[in-house]
Design a protein around this ligand. Structure first.
Ligand code: ACO
Length: 273
């Protein structure tokens, strides 16, 4: 029998937390057990000093084959509306948690990514896929609309025509097409995927962590604001960030203006000083 704790694994190495969906025999589809465990893992990692970036990936041939049609849908629905709502809270809950996570997050999409998988995909700040990965909103293939946020995800990320085509046909697209349609930032050959994600994580690890959190939140928030509201939000967000990290920004100015040891247009200031 599977230990519930095994549904998600993680390891922390050089300030990168590598978190894995770990039901490879079920193509990492998301059961209520997995959803509960993922929330515990996110809780455990979020404020650890030895974690600077979180990478979400999958064991085996899948990133995630979406919701578990048996355990998440059929068995939960058989228990009634209360159980259905609870299962929704548990899955949407960890995706929301991830959307506003304290640390920067990268989806490393190693294989199959379907339906409900678009929730955590969107929650990650950045996404790099293998060229070989396969994506689909397969809901239409089994007779439902892309719920659980999936429709919103494609409308937010993709051009409207592509979102409509993707949702109405349920056709697979590979990592290259997913990058072209902006579901992910880029795709690389599978054998280069981990190295590329590590390289990106290392870029983030060199940035001021308070500024990174303020920036990622600002990007998501201002997307839905008018220009004037965004301008106001950003003034306040910057002032709030300053109160968490007064020294970092001053050090950044000093290393540029006084020490002349770096140029902000070309890279990050030295965090170690
Ligand atoms: N829910 C429940 N079980 C699943 C799911 C899923 N989403 N995906 C895979 N599995 C199970 C299979 O039933 C099978 O179980 P078994 O070994 O007990 O028979 C096992 O995982 C392996 O799956 P296969 O189909 O044998 O694996 P294969 O590599 O041939 O195919 C693929 C992989 C294409 C991902 C296929 O499993 C599939 O189509 N899965 C469903 C994808 C999907 O449409 N997900 C729902 C999206 S909609 C939503 O999330 C709301």
């Amino acid at each position: 029998m599977t230990n519930a704790d095994d549904t998600v694994t993680f390891r922390v190495e050089n300030r990168i937390a590598w978190v894995k969906f770990n039901r490879p025999d079920k193509r990492n589809c998301m059961s209520p057990t997995l959803n509960r465990r993922m929330m515990e893992v996110l809780d455990e990692l979020e404020f650890r000093d030895d974690v600077g970036v979180l990478v979400l990936t999958g064991e085996g041939s899948a990133w995630s084959a979406g919701m578990d049609l048996k355990e998440y849908f059929r068995e939960t629905e058989a228990k009634g509306l209360g159980a259905t709502r609870q299962a929704q809270r548990e899955s949407y809950g960890w995706w929301r948690r991830l959307r506003w996570y304290q640390k920067p997050t990268i989806a490393m999409v190693n294989g199959w990514c379907f339906g409900g998988g678009y929730g955590p995909l969107y929650s990650c700040d950045l996404a790099i896929a293998a060229d070989e990965a396969q994506f689909a909103l397969s809901e239409i293939n089994w007779g439902i609309l892309p719920g659980g946020g999936a429709t919103k995800v494609v409308v937010d990320l993709m051009p409207l025509r592509d979102a409509m085509y993707h949702a109405m046909t349920g056709e697979l697209i590979d990592g290259k097409k997913a990058a072209e349609w902006r579901l992910v930032n880029e795709s690389v050959p599978l054998d280069k995927l981990e190295a590329r994600v590590r390289e990106l994580a290392e870029v983030l690890l060199k940035k001021n962590p308070v500024a990174l959190k303020a920036t990622k939140d600002a990007i998501r928030r201002v997307k839905e604001m008018t220009y004037d509201n965004a301008e106001d939000y950003l003034v306040r967000a910057q002032e709030a960030a300053n109160s968490f990290d007064n020294e970092g920004r001053k050090e950044g100015i000093k290393q540029f203006i006084d020490d002349k040891t770096y140029k902000p247009g070309l890279g990050a200031y030295n965090l170690a000083k």
